[in-house]
Design a protein around this ligand. Sequence first.
Ligand code: NAD
Ligand code: MG
Length: 452
Amino acid sequence: MTDGRRVAILGATGSIGAATLDVIANLQKYAPDAGWCVASVSGHRRIDQLIESAQKASPVPQTIVVSDEQNARCASDLIAKAELAERCRLDVGPEALVRAAISPDVDTVVAGIVGRAGLESTLEAVRAGKRVGLANKETLVIAGPVVTAAAEKSGSELLPIDSEHSAIYQCLAEARENAAVKTPPSSLSGVSGQSSVSQQPSVNSLPGINSQPGFNGQCEFGSPGHKLPGVRRLILTASGGPFLNASFDEMEAATPAEALNHPTWDMGQKITIDSATMMNKSLEIIEAKWLFDVPADRIEVVVHPQSIIHSLVEFEDGSVIAQLSPPDMRLPIQYALTYPHRLPCPAPPLERTQRWDMSLIPVDHERFPALQLGFEVARVGGTAGVVLNGANETAVPLFLSGKIRFTDIARLCKQTLDDHHHESAPSLDRLLELDTWSRRRAAELAETISVA
Ligand code: NAD
Ligand code: MG
């Protein structure tokens, strides 16, 4: 297993993108001869920031991608002004994201675009067999089976950047080793049931989670060769967001500014609102289902306001292993880049000179109805994920622009899900049709809501 050192950063102007640039700059300082470099950067808006990030990288990226065609002219002018024209190529439009993702000059793609806009580039990177550091959870929510089957076929390493999933990935290291030792390579063929291209278990062909004691070794998902020995349950932590202690009435009246005021994480707008509704945890339940091949009833969520315990894995003997670090995305990003190696990271270590208070609190499902949607969608699979995601991606900007209330976000998502006819094994084309349908349906439903 080699780490991939020429990195395409898709979504370089975002929170994940900026953190990735910092991680790579640090790796270059720590290991100057190792060949770490930014091969390409992409941005949709904030083109000045994009060009500045390209200018700061050393060596400068070969390619600058501007996905919004309207910004091509501005990008070209700024590239000329920054005297980058001879060293960087400008590529424009949504297809340019795919070209950057599959370029032979790239080993690893950091999928840091927010929402459905990241789907094609992430999927094509997987199909091209790249290592993919996956921040863009929406890709798995929309098309989990398509993406995991593609990874299985191409041998792409799908490494989670989402802190909870990175934590679980780290907690499962021993179980993965046991699975690799005890299971013949031919049966480590991953979620799709297709045969593996490699004789070695690839990191993304994560076998599923073992059955409960007394389950007689029968499989309710996947096939026996895919099981991780001794794993009982995945426990995702949730910070609870800014409304952890708010009443339902307070949430009903919440303003965008209040919802954007996350107590522990500094992130892009969409995921910050998702954290406040707990839709983010819903999306992460679905993400975990596909990444780790685990059924919904083996996933739990617990509130942990300090955001130090990033997630936990419970084993058959009752032992629970957790991963702890301060809330700083540079650690999971670096882990996805350097796996299986661990190198010094710019994220600060855990403070040990002061008292730590770490609480685990049960979730209040009444106040956070979005969470139940995630469990339900993970349970039924099929077309439910794309519909939930499309409705949520429609509802969040409507809330931010004052057109619906905070609590309407989960309502709209539930209603859109209720209005759709579930299909269990949709094609990618069908999923994309339903993405469009769910956005339209959620927008129609929003029209019927009065914010007065
Ligand atoms: P952000 O809003 O800060 O950045 C989003 C990036 O996507 C920007 O570079 C933007 O230019 C690009 N983008 C937006 N619309 C686009 C479009 N239509 N086409 C192409 N590019 C487009 O978001 P973020 O917080 O960095 O989150 C990015 C992804 O990572 C999300 O899927 C989020 O759920 C996930 N994630 C983020 C964090 C975090 O700490 N920020 C943690 C875990 C997971
Ligand atoms: Mg997360």
